[in-house]
Design a protein around this ligand. Structure first.
Ligand SMILES: Cc1ncc(C[n+]2csc(CCOP(=O)(O)OP(=O)(O)O)c2C)c(N)n1
Ligand code: SF4
Ligand SMILES: [Mg+2]
Length: 348
């Protein structure tokens, strides 16, 4: 007599029917304990929980340990590892060619703040819809730990060399240039980083996220201001973030005055339980003030620092068609003969 096969436990899937494994990439080759690995994990879980279709994602990077990390998440997404510091122009081109893509760019503090600063500046001012993550360890990890432009004044290398240049604050710079979603987090703060990443996926425009991500091999010693110990002690969160995606009909109860609700483009909501009662991330001048004040105390503010949910993104400003340009027919992209004749006639 044939024995009945016991019922198999149902596989857990997300709202688009995918298993969490489909959000993974190849095995990491970064050092064990590198902050960048934790960020890849958070990207995987944020995309799984949001039900992002990996086939609709393009992952981009420049050069560096951080820039290797797109290989370690969303294995079936499109990918482009650009020349050092050149990810913004490739990302802008990709979004112009197909505005339906979700673009996740991973850069380093060196890739962004040094060789790529010119490209970064123009990406921010155009409000191109890209999630731009800086995995910020204050050094060039891949080339053995030299100071990068985000290294703090007075920070020490393992060799005892002291940094005597002031840092670039990528968040202040991005806000000044026109980015419409600017956040800072710490790779060791799973909950905060997860909420920020999910909110960034719901934002339309440039979402710039600077994540303090310690380099355990070259910049995790005493005297470094980007070590795990320093970041844990000096992280000054502005708010406790809760993110409610548009597909979950949950209303959050909160105390009037202490929690702020920010509605994002797709209807998702961010609830910001203020730790600093006065802070309002919709106010640009306050954002600069808080960044300056925390820095002068040797701390770093984390959370959603600035958001402008309603500004048109670059593609909307250009009045670009919804259909990917590569899929348009010749008759849609080439002016008809009569139009060309009229133009030629005008030159006579
Ligand atoms: C054109 C060019 N110049 C210099 C380098 C050498 N280089 C490789 S990675 C890197 C810096 C990486 O630092 P960062 O972006 O902070 O990444 P991390 O390794 O710290 O994650 C440099 C200068 C290069 N690969 N290409
Ligand atoms: S050298 Fe530093 S940044 Fe690079 S993988 Fe190792 S810990 Fe990470
Ligand atoms: Mg670095």
């Amino acid at each position: 007599m044939a024995t009945a096969t016991p019922p198999q436990p149902k596989k857990k899937t997300n709202r688009i029917g995918l298993d969490s494994k489909e959000y993974r990439g190849t095995k990491t080759t970064l050092c064990a304990g590198c902050g960048h690995n934790s960020i890849s994990e958070r990207i995987i879980s944020a995309c799984y929980e949001m039900g992002v279709d990996p086939d609709q994602v393009i992952k981009l990077s420049g050069i560096g340990c951080s820039s290797k990390s797109p290989a370690y998440f969303l294995g079936s997404a499109h990918g482009f590892n650009t020349v050092h510091g050149r990810m913004p122009s490739v990302g802008t081109g990709a979004m112009l060619a197909n505005r339906k893509l979700i673009t996740i760019g991973v850069s380093g503090d060196g890739d962004t703040g040094a060789i790529g600063i010119g490209q970064f500046v123009h990406l921010m001012r155009r409000n191109v819809p890209i999630i731009y993550i800086i995995e910020d360890n204050g050094c060039y990890g891949l080339t053995k730990g030299q100071f990068s432009p985000t290294a703090d004044l007075g920070s020490k290398l393992k060799t005892g060399v002291v940094n005597d240049l002031p840092p670039i604050d990528t968040c202040a710079l991005a806000i000044q240039l026109g980015a419409t979603f600017v956040a800072r987090s710490f790779s060791g703060d799973k909950k905060q980083l997860a909420s920020i990443l999910k909110a960034a996926l719901s934002h339309r425009g440039t979402a710039m996220i600077d994540v303090i991500s310690p380099c355990v091999t070259f910049n995790d010693h005493e005297g470094s201001t980007k070590s795990y110990a320093y970041a844990k002690e000096h992280d000054d969160p502005l708010e406790e973030l809760s993110f409610v995606p548009f597909f979950e009909d949950i209303s959050v109860e909160y105390e009037e005055g202490t929690t702020q609700e920010v509605e994002l483009h797709d209807g998702s909501k961010l609830y910001l339980k203020k730790l600093d009662e006065e802070y309002n991330p919709l106010e640009k001048m306050q954002a600069f003030q808080v960044l300056n004040e925390t820095r002068s105390r040797g701390e770093f503010a984390t959370g959603l620092i600035y958001v402008e949910p309603d500004r048109d993104d670059f593609l909307t400003m250009l009045n670009l068609v919804d259909e990917p340009l590569a899929k348009l027919s010749t008759s849609q992209v080439r002016p008809p003969q009569a139009t060309l004749d009229t133009i030629m006639h005008g030159f006579r």
